[in-house]
Write a protein of this length. Structure first.
Length: 279
């Protein structure tokens, strides 16, 4: 998960807002092609649900999950660790392959699911993240990931940007408040090649996804999603305008995301997946 000034994450909130994320992983896991002795580094591991599943498939290997959220790492250590699966608190925007936790040239695979769009948001540290991942891999090792691609949750990004302008920010400030980076396939391919990877696969898929049911405490449905995933947008707004801004976003999205046949709510996820090999 992302490096953030404030830690908005808890495993419980994530479960209510987006429990589907670690479940919709069949394709990227098939690309990871886990072998029983693989040493795998998981970048942005969240609460470790998926990391521990990966560790079970590599019983003679080792898996290390990194995440910037103290809350997530605490939950991961409590609920999802094992003899071959551990976690380390790490802001991956400043990842270093030469740190004690990571280690240069020591991983068969580097994996990431639904985290790089947060980690790659600051443009100043973007290139370094790719370089350090490349350095962390053994020669011939693979970087396998899935993240939001160009156009991901575009309806939500547009609604938040407009709401921030209505709350008094300039359009530039509103754009800068966006906590996500959703690159195109072409951008990703060029960037991976630029740091020395051979790109085996790089693809994008439009995957509309049904939201979790609403809950009385506001933690599920579109409200729960916006409150948790959009927390950084709202940080840019004066305290007294946050709830109004959130209501505006929800109202704008209402007819866009609701299906007529059954009232279910869907958001327009676009997945960017890649497999890149260190030569
Ligand atoms: C995603 O997985 O695509 C995503 C998750 C949270 C916010 C934005 C995008």
């Amino acid at each position: 998960m992302p490096a953030q000034t404030q830690d908005h994450w808890t495993s419980a909130k994530y479960q209510s807002a987006a429990s589907f994320v670690p479940k919709l992983t069949t394709t990227v896991l098939s690309y990871l092609d886990i072998q029983p002795t693989d040493r795998i580094l998981d970048i942005g591991c969240g609460d470790g649900q998926l990391t521990s599943q990966i560790a079970q498939a590599t019983p003679q290997g080792q898996v290390l999950g990194l995440d910037a959220s103290h809350s997530f790492i605490t939950t991961a250590n409590q609920n999802n660790s094992s003899t071959n699966c551990s976690y380390h608190l790490q802001d991956c925007t400043v990842l270093s392959a030469s740190s004690d936790a990571v280690g240069e040239g020591s991983w068969d695979k580097v994996f990431s699911n639904a985290a790089l769009h947060w980690i790659l948001r600051p443009s100043a540290t973007r290139e370094n993240v790719f370089h350090e991942i490349h350095r962390a891999l053994k020669p011939g090792g693979s970087f396998v990931f899935e993240m939001g691609g160009k156009g991901n949750v575009a309806e939500i990004q547009a609604a938040f940007t407009a709401a921030l302008v209505h709350a008094g920010l300039s359009i530039q400030e509103a754009r800068e408040a966006c906590p996500w980076f959703f690159p195109s396939v072409d951008w990703m391919r060029e960037t991976l090649e630029g740091v020395g990877f051979e790109v085996v696969k790089c693809e994008s898929e439009y995957r509309p996804t049904k939201l979790n049911p609403e809950r009385e405490d506001g933690s599920g449905g579109i409200e729960g999603w916006l409150r948790l995933m959009g927390a950084r947008f709202l940080e840019a707004v004066d305290e007294g305008k946050k709830e109004g801004g959130l209501k505006e976003v929800g109202d704008v999205l209402e007819s866009v995301i609701t299906r007529e046949e059954d009232g279910s709510r869907w958001i327009g996820y676009v997945r960017l997946r890649a497999v890149a090999r260190k030569k």
